[in-house]
Design a protein around this ligand. Structure first.
Ligand SMILES: *Cc1c(COP(=O)(O)O)cnc(C)c1O
Length: 403
């Protein structure tokens, strides 16, 4: 991988922050956008901005073709069986809410749902709201000190009362890669469906949706070099047909009279209103960009960054890394004894280094470790070993200042 060449594709990496070259280590929150993707958005607004699906005129047809072409790119990238199993949404959170809302009509009192201890709030809160509405019970797969799910406990939670299991593919707070195939297969044995939150996995792992046999898979473009405000809900055809629609409006109907409205088929049933057209097209362009580099090469290089960064940080006295699963992506969550994570983050920012501090929208994980939060450095394929060296020196300096 030619990282020097790749870095030229990301205009933001040229800028300075507080007089220092930007070091962007907040990739788990959102990734940076390459020129190739930015140009797709500019091209759309400069040359063929029009509403889709409705117009007979040339611009509308061009926009429709580009938008539907992007849907097919996403279908092929994730190996979905049909393009209409890919629903465009505003992102992971929206996608999860479509399913949790629809399940409101599919559940009964006493039905059970299973979540994991490693989740982002967006894969917890919608389900708690659903439980309040339906009287269903939420069960939690616990984890150990390394941030690894306890699969024996999962076995014990499963029963014929289980209706849906929802787990992230990769934890955004710790980087743990969960054994989703085992989770999916075991849920299917008791007749439950499974939703996998792929927001943190998509930048590093190309999920093969047919092979893992998942019922629902959700992700956001902005974590994979695409723009904000666009993502997908993948669902198996039969699951999506059974699920009631989320929002009513234009585009999602077959026929409307004041007596009765019938819904459109897939994917339109879940796509009410004018969508983020440029965003959808740019999502497709982002996948093209990643595939032009190669997802395997990206994952391999990021693992090297992870191993290098973990070893270097651990040499700092009093520094503890949270989440040491054998299978993890390039996320390092850490604290230094006696120092608040926010203070380290602020000093790093003064030195041009962007890391995240806090609970990372995963408060239950922080509660498990009895900490208010961590400093999280998350790497992407456009980061370098030199940047990690600079960060480690900056953390050492911060520790000296704060001790
Ligand atoms: C980022 C993230 C989300 C939320 O994604 P949005 O784009 O904010 O909807 C959910 N789950 C995980 C694991 C994430 O990393």
């Amino acid at each position: 991988m030619d990282v020097t060449k790749i870095r030229k594709d990301f205009p933001v990496l040229n800028r300075k922050v507080n007089g220092r070259p930007l070091i962007y280590f907040d990739n788990a929150a959102t990734s940076q956008t390459p020129t190739q993707v930015i140009n797709t958005i500019v091209d759309y607004y400069e040359n063929y901005n029009a509403n889709i699906h409705r117009g007979v005129h040339a611009l509308s047809q061009e926009a429709t073709n580009a938008y539907e072409g992007a849907r097919q790119k996403i279908q092929h990238h994730f190996n979905a069986a049909q393009p209409y199993e890919v629903i465009f949404t505003s992102g992971t959170t929206h996608s999860i809410n479509i399913v949790s809302n629809g399940y409101g009509e599919l559940l009964n009192q006493g039905d059970e749902l299973i979540v994991s201890a490693l989740e982002h709030h967006s894969n917890i809160v919608p389900w708690q709201m659903l439980c309040e509405k339906t009287g269903a019970l939420l069960k939690v797969i616990p984890m150990n000190e390394d941030g690894v799910l306890l699969m024996d406990a999962y076995d014990d939670l499963l029963s014929e009362r289980t209706k849906l299991v929802f787990v992230n593919h990769v934890s955004n707070a710790l980087g743990t890669i969960n054994p989703i195939e085992e989770i999916i297969n075991k849920a299917h044995e008791v007749g439950a469906e499974v939703l996998i939150d792929g927001a943190q996995a998509s930048p590093h792992i190309k999920a093969d949706l047919q092979s893992i046999n998942v019922d629902y898979y959700v992700t956001s473009a902005h974590k994979i070099c695409g723009p904000t405000g666009i993502g997908i809900l993948y669902g198996k055809e039969n699951s999506l047909k059974r699920l009631p629609p989320f929002q009513g409006g234009g585009e999602m109907i077959a026929e409307v009279t004041f007596e009765k409205t019938t819904y459109a088929g897939l994917p339109h049933k879940f796509e009410a209103g004018t969508p983020n057209i440029a965003g959808g097209i740019a999502f497709g362009a982002a996948l093209d960009y990643l595939n032009s580099i190669g997802m395997e090469k990206i994952a391999e290089y990021e693992q090297e960054l992870l191993i290098y960064g973990t070893a270097a940080l651990k040499k700092i006295p009093g520094l503890k890394v949270y989440g040491e699963a054998l299978n993890k992506t390039a996320v390092i969550s850490f604290n230094v004894q006696g120092i608040h994570p926010y203070d380290i983050g602020s000093i790093l920012d003064k030195l041009g280094i962007a890391v995240r501090t806090g609970h990372h929208c995963a408060q239950p994980i922080m509660d498990f470790y009895r900490i208010p939060g961590t400093v999280r450095a998350s790497f992407s394929f456009y980061n370098t070993f030199e940047e990690i060296d600079t960060m480690v020196k900056a953390v050492e300096k911060a520790v000296q200042m704060l001790k």
